[in-house]
Design a protein around this ligand. Sequence first.
Ligand code: PGA
Length: 264
Amino acid sequence: MKKVLIIGNWKMHLNVAQSSLLAARLHKQITGHRDIEVVLAPSLVALQPLSTQVDRRRFRLAAQNAYQKDEGAYTGEVSFHMLRDLVHYVIIGHSERRIYFNESLDIVRDKVSACVRNNMTPILCVGETAHERANGETKQVLHDQVVSALSNLTGVEVANIVIAYEPVWAISTFGGKIAKPSDVAKEMAFIRHQVTELYGANVSKHTRVIYGGSVDDHSARAYLEIDDCEGVLVGGASLNYHKFAGIVDRAYRMNREKDDKEND
Ligand code: PGA
């Protein structure tokens, strides 16, 4: 059984001391569950201290971004190569990076390759804007983002990655409209279908597809109930330890209910 993935993207919030405090509170609130994987994505400066603070059996770490070249004269950048051994995951192609930092399809593809080449797992974010959705371009956008981001990977590598469907209009930063789980379900099925078309069903059944966009402890369950949804990527609510622990708790209860049904 695949583990349910619950990722907290702290974005550009919390300094090192605040990050450490939040991690300590999460330690108290969240007990380890064998079928749930909890991932924390603090700012880059908090990664190193958190890597020694957190119990790696309970929390894995993710970087929010990295640079695609391994090393060189790129003032201000931190490479995937430098993050090796520090983090398990790197978030790539988040809409804030695509929109505010002009990350093109080619840049996202190169970052995905650099991440895999350096033995970390990409959390590839894809999603359409409100404008693209209104114009009926959602499928085309998702197709282009998925196909181009994966184009340098082998089937084995694709089986290992995480794809987060994050409709831009549902992310709190960009308006945070609540996406209907039935709409989300369609797009997530489409994303998996794209992976199947490219790499076959044997690969796509292993690729983890998760949802992100204004998820909190109240809405998490509805998204986690979607057939193709194997986790959630949480922004705003991950900064509140009650809410974030609440999301992990929802996932835990759902798993127990499933187990109970199977044992009946
Ligand atoms: P949000 O952010 O939960 O605050 O909408 C999600 C994300 O940006 O990954």
